[in-house]
Structures are given as structure tokens and as C-alpha cells.
Write a protein of this length. Structure first.
Length: 167
């Protein structure tokens, strides 16, 4: 074996030879990490948008329940469609926009909500006052209650030919 002491030139060469491959590995590792960070940031943004959509949907459903909707699923879809038709992004929509759309739909489609008909807009005509005869009141009671005993009472009165001559 030779007992040669490495010169500074040899030492520098050995150091550069030993260190030279490391920056390439570090650069690719850094690039991989940067790509991974960018991917995770994109996933985070997508998750945040989904959370906002979920919160908005929950808020819409709460508003619809307060407005006494009959079919919450159908009405929720109508509200979401109206909000999307407005062109606003989900993350920019607020409680006011959702409340306004719910009010608009309640005015446009009152049959989707309880109490949708306004007073005086009844489907049936005004109630006709009964004459007050026992057979009429028995018929009314049987129709109102639906009990068998009331129906039998009415049928007995009708069969007996009960006539109230006081009318």
C-alpha cells in the first residue's frame, strides 16, 4: 500500500465527487414535495368548497323548515337551482341570498308550503248553514266524526222518516 497523503486537489475532488450526486437527489425530492404540497392544497380547496356547499344546503333546509315547506327535497332543489341560475359561486353566497330565494319561491309556488292559500282563496264555497233538524245534525255529526254509532243513529232517523215540521 502506498502511504500517499491526498493533496488538497485530491481532497476537493473527493468532496465534490461525494457531494455532487446529493443536490440532484435533493432537487427531485424538493420537486416531489412541492408537487405533493400543491396537490394537497388543491384537495383542501375542494374540501372547503364541499363544506361550504354542505353548510349552504343545511341553511337552505333550515329556512325551508321555518317557512313550513311540504316537500323539503323538491323545494331544496328549486332553491339551489335558483341560486346557481343567479351565477353566484357557492362560497360567495350568504344567508341573505338563500333567504331571499326562499321568499321568492314561497311567493311563486305557494302550494309547496303549508298555509299557501291566502284567506278568502278557498277551494270550496261558503259553508251552507244546516236547517237544524235532528236528521241534518245527525248526518253532520256522522260525517264529521266517522264513528259507526253516529252513522247508525243517522240511518235510524232517516229510516224512521223523522220529519221536523217546525222548519
Amino acid at each position: 500500500m502506498s502511504s500517499e497523503v491526498p493533496t488538497t486537489e485530491n481532497q476537493d475532488t473527493m468532496v465534490t465527487q461525494a457531494v455532487a450526486p446529493a443536490p440532484v437527489i435533493v432537487d427531485t425530492t424538493v420537486q416531489n414535495m412541492e408537487l405533493r404540497v400543491a396537490s394537497l392544497e388543491e384537495e383542501l380547496r375542494a374540501a372547503q368548497v364541499k363544506i361550504k356547499e354542505s353548510e349552504l344546503r343545511r341553511q337552505i333546509q333550515r329556512l325551508l323548515l321555518e317557512a313550513q315547506t311540504i316537500d323539503i327535497d323538491a323545494t331544496t332543489l328549486l332553491v339551489e337551482a335558483a341560486l346557481k341560475a343567479g351565477g353566484a359561486r357557492v362560497d360567495t353566497l350568504g344567508a341573505r341570498a338563500a333567504a331571499k330565494v326562499v321568499d321568492d319561491i314561497r311567493r311563486q309556488k305557494p302550494l309547496l308550503f303549508r298555509g299557501g292559500l291566502r284567506p278568502g282563496a278557498s277551494v270550496m264555497g261558503a259553508r251552507i248553514e244546516q236547517s237544524g233538524t235532528p236528521i241534518a245534525s245527525a248526518a253532520e255529526e256522522a260525517a264529521r266524526s266517522g264513528h259507526r254509532a253516529d252513522l247508525l243513529r243517522y240511518l235510524r232517523l232517516r229510516r224512521s222518516g223523522y220529519q221536523n215540521t217546525a222548519s
